[in-house]
Design a binder for this molecule. Structure first.
Ligand code: ZN
Length: 359
């Protein structure tokens, strides 16, 4: 369809006007030599003019190419399919402020340059082949950064640290001073830690691609001027963010509220899955808790069936506890039901896992 429109799901009237005007002006400047139109989808909300125009130019070139192929293609040939990862990365991540894209595969480098020549001419000069011996991820400490960006704790140079906890409803970030801080310079140390935290938080939000509501608990500061400066540094650091980020103020309890537009999945959602041992809770029932579950389960079984003996299969720490700290309780239970209870370690069982076998 040769229609240009803005998605109904973008509700803000002013934003709709901006996007419509942008569509009109940038299409006006470039006559459409192929049939087709544009629909501005919700992902475009809050995205800068330059980025959107770049995207439109890319799509126009691509659509021209597809239209050409369509004319000469014989039936049952592919005229377009989604790009491989390294090309998608160029398409989605390339911006004016990116100085260089280095790639360690000669073959993919050649393909990427060809692709850029056709669809993203501005990017061509910035694509560089990396022939080095040293793995490119090591060269830029990418592996380390990923590891850090997946951890809860982020160390700050000043000795303080952040604790970042994404939950279903929001992400909370707690700022802490490291260890003992002398009395004399307490306020100064806190101020410095908060300043460093503000910059680090903005970076971590980008690296981790955390979206939605973000609540920051800076260390309490008496000095109102210090509070203002920390907020200013945070806002300044957030300006570099390409996802729309808004500081919505400080709550009564001194928590700083942000919203950050969700774009794709977070780094953790992309690279990780819930831990199968604890089902993503992050904690396991203690051996003690599991022992008492087992006792209750044996009593339940005893009422329902009549067994000669009970055999408990459980993990090493649970069996250890049953034979040691809980041995008196086991003896009491045996006396109560007048049966023998035996134990066997199952090496592959997780701490919470057990079976009770009637023999
Ligand atoms: Zn776990």
């Amino acid at each position: 369809m040769s229609h240009h429109g803005v998605s109904q799901r973008i509700e803000d009237e002013r934003e709709r006007e901006r996007l419509k005007a942008l569509l009109d002006s940038s299409i006006g400047e470039q006559t459409l030599d192929v049939s087709g139109g544009f629909i501005v989808r919700t992902a475009a909300e809050g995205v800068g003019d330059e980025e959107l125009i770049g995207d439109m130019h890319f799509l126009l070139r691509l659509w021209r190419k597809v239209s050409e192929r369509k004319i000469s293609a014989v039936p049952a040939t592919v005229i377009y399919d989604d790009l491989p990862l390294f090309m998608r990365t160029l398409r989605d991540v390339m911006r004016d402020d990116i100085e260089k894209i280095r790639i360690d595969s000669r073959e993919n480098f050649v393909r990427l340059v060809e692709f850029a020549e056709e669809f993203m001419p501005d990017a061509v000069d910035r694509i560089e082949y990396y022939p080095g011996e040293r793995p490119i991820f090591d060269l830029y400490s990418v592996e380390d950064e990923i590891q850090k960006a997946l951890g809860r704790k982020v160390q700050l140079k000043s000795g303080g640290y952040l604790v970042i906890d994404p939950t279903e409803a929001m992400t909370t970030i707690d700022v802490n001073t490291g260890g003992y801080v002398g009395h004399r310079n307490l306020e100064e140390t806190i101020f410095k830690t908060n300043l460093e935290a503000a910059t680090s938080i903005a970076r971590q939000l980008r690296l981790r691609n955390l979206g939605g509501i973000i609540i920051i608990d800076f260390i309490d500061m008496e000095d109102v001027e210090h509070q203002r400066q920390v907020l200013r540094v945070l806002e300044k650091a957030l300006e570099r963010d390409h996802a729309k980020t808004k500081c919505t103020g400080v709550t009564e309890l001194g928590l700083v509220q942000l919203t950050r537009k969700r774009t794709r999945e977070s780094l953790e959602q992309t690279l990780c899955e819930a831990c199968p041992t604890c089902s993503g809770r992050g904690t396991l029932k203690t051996p003690e808790t599991v022992c008492y579950e087992i006792f209750r389960e044996i009593l339940r079984e005893e009422r329902a069936y009549s067994a000669e003996t009970y055999m408990v299969l459980a993990s090493q720490p649970v069996v250890d506890r049953l034979l040691d700290e809980e041995s008196a309780a086991v003896a009491d239970l045996e006396a109560f039901i007048n049966k023998t209870i035996r134990f066997q370690v199952e090496q592959h069982y997780s701490q919470e896992q057990y079976d009770i076998v009637l023999m």
